[in-house]
Design a protein around this ligand. Structure first.
Ligand SMILES: NC(=O)c1ccc[n+]([C@@H]2O[C@H](COP(=O)([O-])OP(=O)(O)OC[C@H]3O[C@@H](n4cnc5c(N)ncnc54)[C@H](O)[C@@H]3O)[C@@H](O)[C@H]2O)c1
Length: 695
């Protein structure tokens, strides 16, 4: 065996040379991998004793993509294009032997090979679009030539990988293999040599793209089919254009076009935001004083108290991850209702073909409903999701303290109550944390984990680890009213109310936010969540919100009653502006002596989002969030902030904090309201010419 570079070895098996990449953990395409492939190929092709070459990988996967540590750094030789040209131009057949995930540049390497074999469990994909870019090493030109235009469009624009069976069916691989992968690759290569098969260079193939020539309708239809999911993103359209080029242009011209589109995307605001966010999400997993090697409690069994809206969804998350979960309720009726909804949810998924009925039963089998609190005695984590009232929460935790095993993590799903006070009801406040799920809890990816003043590192590490295990994106926050997400949302809500009194209408306010990229605006969101919840809370506290209160007094609680801020046709969730609501708004405005005026869209946007940023600054100053990028992760995963705008703090930086702060001061002057006072941190950063992310 010869070492070609620090991560690539060359081995001879009979008359086949095997180049093995060994660059743990995921065999990323680092400079030394490219160097090793480049030089190794030269050696193998020059060796008269070699008839064919196999490229395979050690460890758990084939090359899974670019080396992210090289992002944003000057390119180093050899570039990926040079490596691919050498592979494709090899006078001896080159076979890729694939296991694990061949993604991005990894898949592009295999597409430069003359043949590909892979195991059934392997995954093949070009996920670049998820970073706001496109596969820039020939992927957009070669993939359609091997799998056809429609399949290539679908893979490149979604970024989602396909499995081994499908890869074989669509012609992406030549054979499914199993057992020792390198040996299987060698056997295949020997067959190619024996049968004198041609050097199949994908660049020269046209049979799969020819049928799409002169058929712009193929692309038009595809554009239409993805319009909704890709709205606001820039990369999907560029991906489509690149595939159009693959069809219309000779290979080398297509590669040039791909390059141009790639560079355009790389410099785009959207891609910068998406790449920033990619790292932001990874950062969120890091907690400065809880090192990654802090041992968490090994969660083998979970328990949930309360089978209501949230409890049922939380239990589903555990069952989906294969973790047995006990659900405790206070009455058989509530339990039956709660678990009935869980079953209905699963069955709905099954009816859409995304689960088998056997899966439904398996998951239901992992959820055990009971009225017996003793059933939680062996749970490693217990998540409380009962009514949002402090005395009830404290009673529940005091009782739980007497039952849960030592070391178990005791978590509360409270959205507004003080986690420290809840913890004080136990004799083990160090075991108590908040796990703030978002509704619907089985769907929403965000998990705000709340650190109490006494929460132990073990409890925190457990909440973070188990959060990831059940498919969530956990972000650690501190104790304050509303935590990070809802606290910022509240500021937006206050302005939304002001804006409709001053002259805007709910549909105008909502449209400004949907145009910005949110899936819906504050009023449609209120209608979806149900306006009665807030109304009851206000009544309990003696608070008012004149427009919302009047709407609720008419029995208009939102979608569930067919009307709220908007009205709804039966069986349709499209919000329709309602003159009755406009009347309420103008009446309330008149009662308050407000002269309504036209409010331009850009003012609406600033007034909705700048106060959120200002609140974010306070949250950072108070150390409720560890870092500005965590706030962004919360907003993208919990509230539908468009990822191509990074998140509120990234977005604020891109506007410039001085400009943003000065605008707050203008609003303050106009409204004479302390609401607009810039947060001290915002003020300091604005004066220093800095941003939240480089403070
Ligand atoms: N609904 C949301 O959107 C949302 C979002 C995030 C967090 N939360 C929080 O989650 C918690 C639960 O909210 P929800 O919307 O699921 O409420 P819910 O009213 O739908 O469900 C609460 C359930 O708890 C049960 N329960 C009450 N006391 C109990 C006790 N002593 N023992 C066992 N079961 C008991 C009730 O029977 C009920 O089924 C609250 O703290 C809430 O603030 C709610």
């Amino acid at each position: 065996m010869t070492k070609i570079s620090e991560s690539v070895d060359l081995d001879r098996r009979g008359r086949v040379a095997v180049l093995t990449v060994n660059n743990p953990p995921v065999n990323a395409l680092s400079q030394h991998v490219r160097r090793g492939l480049y030089d190794g190929l030269a050696q193998a092709t020059a060796d008269a004793g070699v008839d064919a070459i196999v490229i395979a990988c050690a460890g758990r996967t084939f090359i899974a993509g670019a080396d992210i540590t090289e992002f944003g750094k000057p390119p180093t030789e050899p570039g990926l294009h040079a490596v691919l040209d050498r592979i494709e131009g090899s006078p001896k057949p080159v076979v890729a032997a694939i296991h694990g995930t061949a993604l991005g540049g990894g898949l592009e390497v295999t597409l430069a090979c003359h043949y590909r074999v892979g195991v059934k469990a392997a995954r093949f994909g070009l996920p670049e679009v998820k970073l706001g870019i496109l596969p820039g090493a020939g992927g957009t030109q070669r993939l359609p030539r091997v799998v056809g235009v429609e399949k290539a469009l679908q893979m490149i624009v979604s970024g989602d990988p396909i499995g081994g069976d499908e890869a074989l069916r669509v012609g992406l691989i030549d054979e499914l293999v199993d057992g020792d992968l390198a040996a299987a690759g060698v056997a295949f290569a020997e067959k190619v040599v024996r049968e004198k098969r041609p050097l199949k260079k994908i660049r020269d193939l046209t049979d799969k793209i020819a049928p799409a020539r002169g058929k712009p309708e193929i692309f038009a239809e595809f554009r239409k089919s993805v319009a909704r999911q890709t709205r606001g993103f820039r990369a999907p359209e560029s991906c489509i254009k690149a595939v159009e080029a693959a069809v219309a242009l000779p290979f080398d011209d297509g590669i040039k076009r791909e390059r141009e589109l790639f560079v355009e995307l790389l410099n785009s605001a959207e891609s910068k935001a998406q790449r920033y966010f990619f790292f932001a999400e990874r950062e969120a997993a890091k907690i400065p004083d809880v090192p990654a090697d802090t041992p968490p409690v090994d969660v083998k069994k979970a328990a949930v108290i309360g089978a209501g809206t949230m409890g049922g969804g939380i239990a589903m998350n555990f069952a989906n991850a294969g973790i047995p979960v006990t659900v405790v309720e206070m009455s058989q009726e509530a339990l039956d209702r709660g678990l009935g909804i869980v079953r209905k949810n699963y069955e709905a998924t099954a009816s859409r073909g995304r689960l088998t009925m056997a899966d439904v039963e398996k998951r239901m089998g992992l959820i055990r409903g009971t009225l017996d609190w003793g059933a939680m005695a062996d749970a490693d984590i217990v998540i409380e999701a009962v009514f949002e009232e402090m005395p009830i929460k404290k009673e529940v935790f005091a009782k739980l303290d007497g039952i849960a095993k030592p070391g178990a993590v005791l978590a509360t799903n409270t959205s507004t109550l003080d986690v420290n006070e809840i913890a004080s009801a136990t004799k083990r406040p160090e075991s108590v944390v908040g796990t703030h799920f978002f509704s619907p809890a089985n769907v929403m990816r965000l998990l705000e984990n709340v650190r109490g003043t006494k929460s132990s590192k073990t409890a925190i590490a457990t909440a973070m680890t188990v959060g990831r295990r059940i498919g969530k994106v956990p972000v650690l926050v501190g104790v304050c009213y509303g935590f990070v997400g809802n606290r910022m949302l509240h500021q937006r809500g206050l302005q939304a109310e002001r804006l409709i009194l001053e002259g805007a209408l709910p549909h105008q306010v909502d449209k400004v936010l949907t145009d910005f990229g949110f899936p819906m605006g504050p009023f449609a969101m209120g209608d979806l969540a149900g306006l009665d919840v807030g109304w009851r809370i206000r009544k309990g506290r003696g608070a008012t919100s004149p427009v919302a209160d009047r709407i609720c007094e008419l029995g208009r609680f939102g979608q569930k009653t067919g009307a709220g801020y908007f009205r709804y046709e039966k069986g349709d969730r499209t919000p329709i502006p309602d003159p009755d609501v406009e009347k309420i708004i103008t009446e309330v405005a008149a009662e308050q002596g407000i002269t309504r005026r036209h409010i331009p869209d850009d003012e609406i946007l600033e007034r909705l989002l700048y106060p959120m940023v200002n609140e974010g600054a306070k949250i950072l100053d108070e150390k409720i969030a560890i870092r500005a990028s965590d706030v962004d992760v919360i907003w993208v995963y919990g509230y539908g902030w468009p990822v191509y705008r990074g998140g509120p703090m990234f977005w604020a930086d891109s506007i410039g904090l001085r400009k943003l702060r000065d605008r707050l001061l203008e609003f303050k002057k106009r409204a004479g309201d302390a609401f607009w006072t810039p947060a001290p941190l915002l003020d300091r950063l604005a004066d220093a010419g800095k941003g939240f992310l480089d403070r």
